[in-house]
Design a protein around this ligand. Structure first.
Ligand code: NDP
Ligand code: 8X3
Length: 254
C-alpha cells in the first residue's frame, strides 16, 4: 500500500442509497472516494459535496469495456485502492417466474453478477500490486432465504455470497480480505426501481415498520473495512428490526 497517498475506496452505485451513504461516511473519515454510477448529474453533485478527494466516474457496471476503461484510466493519485465496495445492483419486478420479464432477468444478471465480477477483476491487479486490499460485496438476505417473486434477484445475491467466499479462497495468500455483506429490508431507492418508478407502491413496503437506513449499512461497511488484518469477516447478515422469518408454505390439497 502506498502510504504517501490517502486511503481510497472505490464504490459502485454511489448515486443513491447504501453507496451514497458509504461515500459520505468514508469521506468524513478522511478517505478518498471514487464514486461511480450511471447518473452523471448525481455523481457531480455528490463530488461537489465531498470535495477534493472525490473522483466521479460515470459508467454502466454491466458494460465490460466501460468498466475496464474507467479503471485503466484512473489518475495515479487515485489508484491506492484499499477498499472496493461492489454495491451497484437492483431488483426488477416481483412477479412469479412464470410471469417475469426476461429483459428484467437479464438486467439483474448483468448488473448484480457481471457488474460485480467485471469490477473485481479489473481492480484486483491494483490491490495485488499494493499487497493489500478489501473487497466488500453487497449481497442480500434474498440470497439465503427464498421468497415469492425473488427468483432471479435472490439467485444473483446467492452468487454474490458464494463468489465472495471463493474469492477469499483465491486471495488469502495475497493479503486481500473479502466480505459478503447481506442486508435485509432497507429504505433506499431499491423499491422505486423494483416497481419501475411507482413511488406509492414502493413506499408501502416501508410503511409502519422499522427498516434499515442507508447509514446503518455504511456503518457496517466502515466497520468491516477497518478491522485489523488478523481477521476477515467472511459474511455479515443484517436484518431490519421488524423483519424475521416466515413458516414454509405448505399446500393443502383438500
Ligand atoms: P438504490 O437503488 O438506492 O441504489 C442502487 C445503486 O446502484 C444506484 O447508485 C445505481 O446508480 C446503481 N446501479 C444500478 N444499476 C447500475 C448499473 N448498471 N451500472 C452502474 N450502477 C448501477 O438501492 P440500494 O442502495 O438499496 O442498493 C445497493 C445494493 O444493496 C444493491 O446491490 C442491492 O441489491 C443491495 N441490497 C439492497 C437492499 C434494500 O432493501 N435496499 C437489501 C439488501 C441488499 P445509477 O442508477 O445512477 O446507475
Ligand atoms: C433486498 C432485500 O428482502 O427486498 O435485497 O429482497 S429484499
Amino acid at each position: 500500500m502506498n502510504s504517501k497517498l490517502p486511503k481510497t475506496i472505490f464504490i459502485t452505485g454511489a448515486t443513491s442509497g447504501f453507496g451514497m451513504a458509504t461515500a459520505k461516511l468514508f469521506n468524513k473519515n478522511g478517505w478518498q472516494t471514487i464514486i461511480t454510477g450511471r447518473r452523471a448529474d448525481r455523481l457531480e453533485e455528490l463530488a461537489a459535496e465531498l470535495g477534493n478527494g472525490s473522483l466521479p466516474l460515470s459508467f454502466d457496471v454491466g458494460d465490460r469495456r466501460s468498466v475496464k476503461t474507467a479503471i485503466d484510466n484512473l489518475p495515479p493519485n487515485f489508484n491506492n485502492i484499499c477498499v472496493l465496495c461492489n454495491n451497484a445492483g437492483l431488483a426488477l419486478g416481483l412477479e412469479g417466474a412464470d410471469n417475469a420479464n426476461l429483459d428484467d432477468w437479464d438486467q439483474m444478471i448483468d448488473t448484480n453478477i457481471k457488474g460485480m465480477i467485471y469490477t473485481t477483476r479489473n481492480i484486483l491487479p491494483l490491490m495485488i500490486e499494493n499487497g493489500e486490499g478489501h473487497i466488500i460485496n453487497l449481497g442480500s438476505v434474498a440470497g439465503s432465504y427464498p421468497y415469492p417473486g425473488g427468483n432471479v434477484y435472490g439467485g444473483t445475491k446467492a452468487f454474490v455470497s458464494q463468489f465472495s467466499l471463493n474469492l477469499r479462497a483465491d486471495l488469502v495468500n495475497k493479503g486481500i480480505n473479502v466480505t459478503s455483506l447481506e442486508p435485509g429490508l432497507a429504505e433506499t431507492e431499491f423499491s422505486i426501481v423494483r416497481f419501475k418508478g411507482d413511488r406509492d407502491k414502493a413506499s408501502q413496503v416501508y410503511k409502519d415498520t422499522k427498516v434499515i437506513n442507508p447509514e446503518d449499512i455504511a456503518d457496517a461497511v466502515y466497520w468491516i473495512a477497518t478491522r485489523p488484518k488478523n481477521i476477515n469477516i467472511n459474511r455479515m447478515e443484517i436484518m431490519a428490526g421488524d423483519q424475521a422469518f416466515n413458516p414454509f408454505n405448505v399446500v393443502k390439497r383438500t
